[in-house]
Design a protein around this ligand. Sequence first.
Ligand SMILES: O=C(O)CCC(=O)C(=O)O
Length: 293
Amino acid sequence: MIEHANTSRSITAETAEMSADEKYLFDLLGFLIVRDVLSEEHLKLANEAIDSMELTPSPEYFGDSVALKGENTSTRLGNSEGFLELPRPFCEPFREMLAHPKTIPHLNTILGEGWRLDHGPGLIAMDKGCSGGMLHGNFDNAPYFYREGKIFTGLCVIEYLLADEGPGDGGISVIAGSHKANVTCPAKMLRWEQYQEYVTEINAKAGDAVIFSEACTHGTLPWNADHQRRAILYKYNTGHMAWGGGGVRGRRPSYWDELTAPQQAALLLPSHHSRRPKPSNGYAGLAEVADSV
Ligand SMILES: O=C(O)CCC(=O)C(=O)O
């Protein structure tokens, strides 16, 4: 047995893991396509559920990029609420995706056993001509590295495609290998205005899952296909980022209102990495997230 002095035992000999080939590809590229994850029945049910929903326009993410601006004024549509609470049978595909038998091995390998849903599920729906979104990635405190035969990283996305994303359609795109980049990505590349040949448009079929580390620079290309783009994103994190379950459990304590913002922020449950109220943003959003204490 190999002794690994510094790593935790979040992966054991019994852990269901992704294959050696998949591990190679994910480590090399920062993303992976897993084919045929959703059954035809679940794919149909998920799409029927979305057909019956009123989708809301999402904020625009193309920033000042000329290249990512779509031909139409239509923004991407979305919904990030209620998928798991839908009436049966419509909740079933979304609940299965939460911990899907075909992608559990991937989460185990990437995040270690004990991973948790960090946020989502959230739907991205785009009609023809819809604008894309700026490339981004490599957030602070969520790097990617490989040590002692094990992947270490933070936020990991499983994006289940509910509609095909074929060549030239647009949609999810990545800079392959950028999860290990050491140098800042040129702004024009993030805007997809230069070096487009190094940005990979991921092509996959409805029912496939695209798995990527948020450390891998990724974004959305404008949508060109006649059919609506539909992808539902589940974002996971390592369990130890919620190692002890938070300083305060259960109901908000009676003395909550007597605490200062820094004191309240210190007690929040561990699910607000980038938007966590902190000194540098003036503790913005504290009131909204405090209910999660
Ligand atoms: O699927 C996409 O369009 C990209 C999603 C994205 O940018 C993200 O999850 O941060």
